[in-house]
Unconditional design. Structure first.
Length: 104
């Protein structure tokens, strides 16, 4: 979607619609930031390993794992990838989709 189309959409939106867009955008930003952080950590680990350096990176998530997967139909539903798969993950996989598609 081009910026002019987005501007037209926003100009016609109601306050509740704009609030919904805002919430969706905030979730998307958070997901992209988490994905970017994981990629950077992996790159740091790779560079350290190539250099023969042993490192341990503290992600700050003590006791609780960060979500790795998100329900594409409901951004409030996430899964860390540990333990039992939630019903929405099981159904998504049963529909022939890949778990990789759900990665944040």
């Amino acid at each position: 979607m081009q910026m002019t189309q987005i501007k037209k959409l926003l100009d016609r939106a109601t306050i509740p619609e704009l609030q919904d867009y805002q919430a969706q955008i905030a979730k998307r930003i958070k997901a992209l930031q988490a994905k970017d952080k994981r990629a950077k950590i992996q790159e740091i680990k790779r560079l350290a390993q190539e250099s023969g350096i042993s490192i341990r990176i503290n992600s700050g998530n003590v006791g609780k794992s960060a979500a790795r997967y998100v329900n594409p139909e409901n951004g409030d539903q996430t899964w860390t990838g540990r333990g039992r798969k939630p019903k929405w993950v099981v159904q998504y996989l049963a529909d022939g989709n890949s778990l990789d598609d759900l990665e944040i």
